[in-house]
Design a protein around this ligand. Sequence first.
Ligand code: KG4
Length: 344
Amino acid sequence: MIHNTQKTYILAIESSCDDTAAAVSCNRMLLSNVVANQKIHEQYGGVVPELASRAHQQNIIPVVHEALKQAGINKSQLDAIAFTRGPGLMGSLLVGASFAKGLSLSLNIPLIDVNHLQAHVMANFIEEKESTNEHPSFPFLCLLVSGGNSQIILVKSANDMEIIGKTIDDAAGEAFDKCAKIMGLPYPGGPHIDNLAKQGNALAFRLSKASIEGYDYSFSGLKTSFLYLLRDALKQNEGFIAANQADLCASLQHTIIETLMHKFKQAVADYGVKDIALAGGVSANSGLRSAFEKFGLENNKAVFIPKLAFTMDNAAMIAVTGYYKYLDNNFCNLALAPYARVSL
Ligand code: KG4
């Protein structure tokens, strides 16, 4: 447990993909959290890297300015700047990293590089004035599910995490998004599938579930079986998707959740942890949140799920991770380059 009597103000910047985000924190307490989404990618059905970096360049100054204003903090009060080093899109990361470096140099304060995946896990440690502010106790297991990752992580401490299972191909979010695209739903498809699934029968269609060794996942077979199901059905009935949209979404979501939970339950039993946590964009899924809570309740585990704003890409999680690195005096220098691909 940390006992820091000092007030440490951190400005955090996140620009790994298509959201430009900035947050200000005082220790673990979040003072402001600003996100500028980039609508421009919707028309392309996915993120266009070059457009994302240009939009970050336009957004970064107003977003940082707004975060400082909402926090009621002057730049001169900041103790450190934290930024997402990766993984992510290189052009997008470069904008946030360069801005963070420039600001830390001009203010003469330390710079902290943050791993985006570690930060998703650490979203479970963000404090807010109005919330209960309970957080998981170490060690705990975290199911990190996003557009690019599906991992089971043994979290030994804030700065010591071990991936014990991961996807060998597509991530869960990718499975949601790609299947949504096949159905003609807008990007990103995950939230649309979640909404439509509420009206559907989860057992209407049987989809393929991968059987992989250990705690690893695979979702590419599910995507293919979904594609073939639609291809065959559309030959008989052109209106098949429209007529069965809710049932298709419910069945797909059910299969993804069952797959995720099956391995996670196995890991919890094997590692005997008391606390379990969810993280990443897909943890916004209402079905997954319910399944996770139900499992915790039935197995006497303390369950931690970040609030919706902290499941998607955000700078609040970069701030809290930066704070734990600040306590370890774990700073970086101006020569540090972002990395597009990296593990924990
Ligand atoms: O963590 P995130 O914002 O970005 C990274 O991949 O880092 O996650 C985005 C992913 C997308 O695949 C999106 O479709 C998915 O999270 N997602 C959802 C839901 N909300 C977002 N998937 C299923 N149900 C949702 N409600």
